[in-house]
Design a protein around this ligand. Structure first.
Ligand SMILES: Cc1cc2nc3c(=O)[nH]c(=O)nc-3n(C[C@H](O)[C@H](O)[C@H](O)COP(=O)(O)O)c2cc1C
Length: 151
């Protein structure tokens, strides 16, 4: 059984809905158990126990939202120490941009042993059916890759 961790932070509920949509896609894959945690509640232990991780966060004030930054700051050195070499996917929700949040996350993540399994996905504007579908697809793709041992 493979384990997929979905870590999210959400102020208005948009990222929470995207995280749940990613979960919906991931649980459709057999052989993968999925855990969804708020960034404030997630830590190194959760990363160490996971075979893959989806990060769902907003761009706030031209940067990665603080709670996701906090999660990455808290787990950075422990993840290196534990050799957490697992695939990750990044999903950024933004009003009309999102590029700086992606840039910042990628810069931080380039120092992790985590390995990008997909291109970062930016979803702009309020939650929509299309956004839900895109998040579901991302969750399912990562879960399928884990189940098939592709990563
Ligand atoms: C304080 C604040 C700052 C924001 N800054 C940006 C920004 O710099 N660029 C952008 O595209 N959207 C920005 N937004 C919009 C959010 O990224 C967008 O509403 C997102 O869906 C919020 O998701 P969440 O409420 O689930 O965290 C900002 C929203 C807030 C509340």
């Amino acid at each position: 059984m493979k384990s997929l961790l979905i870590v999210y932070h959400s102020q208005s509920g948009t990222c929470a809905r995207l995280a749940m949509a990613a979960r919906e896609g991931a649980v459709a894959e057999e052989g993968v158990q999925v855990q969804v945690l708020r960034a404030w509640d997630a830590g190194t232990r959760d990363l160490v126990a996971a075979d893959g991780v989806v990060l769902v966060a907003a761009e706030n004030s031209g940067a990665l939202c603080g709670a996701m930054k906090d999660f990455l700051d808290r787990t950075f050195y422990p993840a290196i120490e534990h050799g957490v070499v697992i695939p990750y996917a990044l999903l950024v929700s933004a009003g009309n941009d999102g590029r700086n949040a992606v840039r910042q996350a990628q810069r931080i993540l380039s120092g992790y042993p985590l390995v990008a399994a997909a291109e970062p996905l930016i979803l702009r504007g309020e939650f929509s059916q299309d956004h839900g579908a895109a998040a579901r697809e991302l969750g399912q793709a990562l879960a399928a890759g884990l189940a098939m041992g592709i990563f």
